[in-house]
Ligand binder design. Sequence first.
Ligand SMILES: [Fe+2]
Ligand SMILES: [Fe+2]
Length: 141
Amino acid sequence: MAATQELIDGLNEDLAAEYQAVIMYRTYASLVTGPYRPDLKAFFEGEIPDELSHAALLADKVVALGGIPTVRVPEVPVPQDNRGMLESALQAEVETIERYTRRIEQAEAAGEISIKIQLEDLIVDESNHRDDIRRMLKDWR
Ligand SMILES: [Fe+2]
Ligand SMILES: [Fe+2]
């Protein structure tokens, strides 16, 4: 029971971060400027359906485990320029991967193997996001 409650609390922390990611990408898509705006806008918008589907999965699992999905969303940082927005997004993706790595251990401890496998799929998505942003920042001028 303690392991299940710990997992519920952890998944709610992840859920809050996914909602935060949705707001972050939606906000950055509107804010980007300059000659690369069309590409950056499309890139940020393209992340939103992934993050929203992650949020849906997490909310469903919190309920399935007997919890209540969080409705509290942490504040989104609003950098002043395009590069700052990409760096902020990169940091969010890296932190998310670290959280899911911890969450997989908690899911195992709670005997929730299917949640563990689904969290692994989320790590695949977030790793792709992270790698894309890293490549965009690599040759940034
Ligand atoms: Fe996500
Ligand atoms: Fe992501």
